[in-house]
Design a protein around this ligand. Structure first.
Ligand code: SF4
Length: 417
């Protein structure tokens, strides 16, 4: 019932971690509390010699918004106090007289990471970080709860959440049941395009690579178009649009309006002028790119400069040849009727997401940590596959995309003769 080199479609959705969402003060307080409770269990005698009497009052109860001081100043003062407590505990753990293995306890590792993320080292002790003065950790590393330190913050459109992301890939061949072939769970901020190679590698390992893979714009970058094509996969989806102001304006000279000769390492602009420099370089993530410049003496007297650049020369950054060509082809293809008909089938994968969310509560992680959350997703997908197989074997028709009563009412009535 599964066919290699068939058609499959992929989509992702957000997963909310199985932990309470904490404010920053709650987060540091709970991190300290967790470390104390673990140390009290595994090395009680050592901790008794280190703990301060006031810690009992401060950390005996769960940190909760309603128990925290109401005024900003008092909360800041509490955050600073917790910071000093944590630093004192870490100093004691790092003391050569302390058992070395204490440093390897996960709760202590989390304490150390959270303190780096939430406090700035000051001369008088740890200073509560602010976005303006010290900045915060990037989303892929920021810990939001000591009880699930792998759960991460992310945003998509108007939604923000702390947790994970799951990608589901399912078959969509005619005359065959729709079955989930791959489940990939990542931390929340990982972009869809970064998960795609992992999904494809897993499908390849199980001889389930598709010939066509339908996915939304999040997956369809120039690099993924090229890497998919190298595995004989036609990645079909809306290619990323050019976000430069020239392209957004619609009247400016976007990169697509230039001609690039990768052999001669030269670009030609819409005014017919040639570039003065071509540099093969890498971006800050180490990915290859090409930086092209036009001479100031060419651009400054140009009549069309306003449509092209806001400085006295045009500078373009493009991707290497294969990626640039793949993107151009994908953008042209996206204008065709055949593409629209093929891509329309991608929407069906939203039914798979909806089914797993409604029937199995996929949206909410039941366990702590990436590995167990992934296991939950695998079990959910297995259960859904069994339901789908039974339905297919017993000729239950596929569910139609749900429409609201209002949309159904307002549908145009077909004309009759
Ligand atoms: S500003 Fe420079 S790059 Fe742009 S169109 Fe004029 S000559 Fe060409």
């Amino acid at each position: 019932m599964l066919k290699e080199r068939g058609r499959q479609r992929t989509d992702s959705t957000h997963i909310i971690a199985a932990v309470r969402q904490l404010s920053r003060v709650e987060n540091v307080g709970e991190t300290m509390r967790q470390a104390l409770n673990i140390l009290a269990t595994v090395e009680p005698e050592w901790l008794r010699g280190q703990a301060q009497p006031e810690w009992v009052e401060r950390y005996k109860d769960r940190m909760d918004q309603y128990r925290l001081p109401k005024s900003e100043t008092e909360r800041l003062s509490l955050a600073q106090t917790i910071g000093r407590d944590g630093e004192q505990l870490l100093r004691a753990i790092d003391d050569p007289a302390a058992p070395v293995w204490l440093r390897q306890i996960p709760a202590v590792i989390t304490l150390r990471q959270v303190w780096i993320q939430q406090y700035f080292p000051g001369a008088q002790g740890p200073v509560w970080r602010t976005a303006k003065e010290h900045g915060f950790s990037a989303a892929p590393v920021g810990i939001h709860s000591p009880y699930d330190p792998q759960a991460r913050y992310s945003e998509k459109r108007a939604r923000s959440w702390v947790g994970y992301k799951v990608h589901l890939t399912e078959t969509c061949d005619q005359e065959l049941p729709r079955l989930i072939t791959q489940v990939e769970t990542t931390i929340a901020p990982v972009p869809d395009s970064e998960a795609l190679p992992v999904i494809q590698a897993d499908l390849a390992q199980r001889q389930l690579l598709p010939a066509e893979q339908l996915a939304d714009a999040g997956y369809v970058t120039a690099r993924r178009l090229v890497s998919s094509s190298q595995q004989q996969i036609d990645l079909c989806g809306p290619p990323r649009s050019d976000s430069a102001w020239q392209a957004r304006a619609g009247t400016g000279f976007a990169a697509a309006d230039f001609l690039f000769d990768f052999q001669q390492q030269q670009a030609r602009c819409p005014a017919g002028e040639f570039s003065s420099s071509w540099e093969n370089t890498t971006d800050r993530y180490g990915k290859e790119q090409v930086k092209i410049k036009f001479a100031v003496t060419t651009c400054r007297p140009c009549q069309q400069r306003e449509q092209c650049t806001k400085i006295d020369r045009r500078i373009l950054t493009i991707q290497p040849k294969a990626e640039t060509r793949a993107l151009e082809e994908a953008r042209q293809r996206a204008q065709t009727k055949q593409y629209a008909m093929l891509y329309a089938q991608r929407a069906g994968v939203e039914g798979a997401i909806s089914q797993t969310v409604r029937r199995s509560g996929l949206r909410q992680a039941r366990y702590l940590g990436l590995a167990k959350t992934h296991l939950q997703h695998l079990l959910t997908a297995t259960a859904i596959n069994i339901i789908r197989l039974v339905n297919w074997l017993t000729d239950v028709p596929l569910a139609k995309t749900r429409q609201s009563a209002f949309v159904k009412l307002m549908k145009p009535v077909p004309l009759t003769c």
